[in-house]
Design a protein around this ligand. Sequence first.
Ligand SMILES: *Cc1c(COP(=O)(O)O)cnc(C)c1O
Length: 370
Amino acid sequence: MNCSNINKIVKETIRSDIQLQSVYSISNADNKCIKLDAMESPYQLPDFVKKEIADIVFQTPINRYPGVMDNTIFELKSKIKENFNVPEGAEVIFGNGSDELINLIIQASCSPGDTIISPWPSFTYFNIAAKIHHASFIGVSLDKNLNLDLDSMLDAISKYSPKVVFLAIPNNPTGGLWSKNSIQTIVENAPGLVVLDEAYQPFTTHTWMPYVTQLDNVVVLRTLSKIGLAGLRVGYLSGRIQWLEQINKVRPPYNMNVLTISVLFTLLKYRSVIDAQTAKSLIERKLLACALSKLPGIHVFPSEGNFILFRFSGKKSANEIYNLLLNKKILIKNFSGMHPLLDNCLRVSVGTPEENLIFVNTLNEIIKFI
Ligand SMILES: *Cc1c(COP(=O)(O)O)cnc(C)c1O
C-alpha cells in the first residue's frame, strides 16, 4: 500500500512540535520480572475484598453514564473528603489519575507562551503536559545534594511570573521533602497558582491539606496510585471553590467511569487494609535504604516516598548495572543521562520483603564482579 498520501496529510495536519515529541515511555515488564520501576504498591488486595469488588462490578449498570441516575460522584467526593482529611470549605474534583488533573490545571491556566515552573529534576509529566498545552516549562535546578534551591526558585519566579508552580512534595525521583519554610516562601512569592503534588504523602508525615483553605493560591493534588490502586486511575484535586470551579470547566464531563466509582466505594470501606500495606512499605523502605547503604560505592539519598534513589560512585556505571539487573529479571528505573544531577543514579521502588531481598542480593553479586 502507498503510504505517502497519509504521511503527507498527517505531516501537514498534526502540530509540528507534537510530531517531534517522543511517546511517554512505559517499560514493558514481563510477568516473571520483579517490577520495581514505577512506585506501585507490591501488594495485592485480600480475596474477600476482591470478591466484594466482583459483586459490585456485577451490579454496576455500565450502559449509563456515570453519576447521572444518582448522586454517586457527589457521595464519592464526601467519602474522599472524610477519608483523606480534606478540610471544611475545600472542594474536590476527580481525575483519571492525577496526570489528568495536571493537564486540566495547565489547560485552564495557560495561554500559549505562559510559563510553568517546577524544581528540577522532578516529575517528568509536569514538563510534558506544559509542552502539550503550549506553555513554556522552566525547570529550576536542585542543588548538588538534590535539595531545593530556594534562591534560584525565587529568582525564576520573579523573572518568569509563572502562571503555575508545581511542587512535588515529597519529590519524585529524588525522594526529598522540601522544608515548610521554603514552600511557604514560594507560595508567598508566586504570582499565580501553586500546585502541591502530594502523590507520596502517605509515606511521609507532613501534609499541606489542612492549609488548603487558608492559602489563596494553593491547591493540593493527590493520587491513590501509590497506595495500591494504580490500575484504577484515581487522582483528586482539592482546593477552594474559586479555583476548582474554573478547572472543572475543562474536565471532560465523564472522566471517572462507573466501574472506578463503584470499586472505589468498596475499597474505601477497607481503608485499614490499604493503610496496613502502606505501613509495611514504610518498614521496608527503612530496611532497603539500610541494606543499600551498606553496599560498596553506593550513595543512598534520603527518601520520604515509597522508592529510593541511589548513586554509584567510582568506576561503576549505573547503565551497566541497570542492564545486568534486567538480565536477572529485575526492573528498576535508570536515571543516568536524564539530567546531569542524576548522573549514575538508579531508582528502586520499595517492593515486598522477598522482592527487596532478591534485589539487594542480586545487586550485591553484580557489584562484586565489576
Ligand atoms: C506518580 C505520580 C503522579 C501521577 O500519578 P497518577 O497515577 O497519574 O495518579 C503525580 N505526581 C507525582 C509526583 C508522581 O510521582
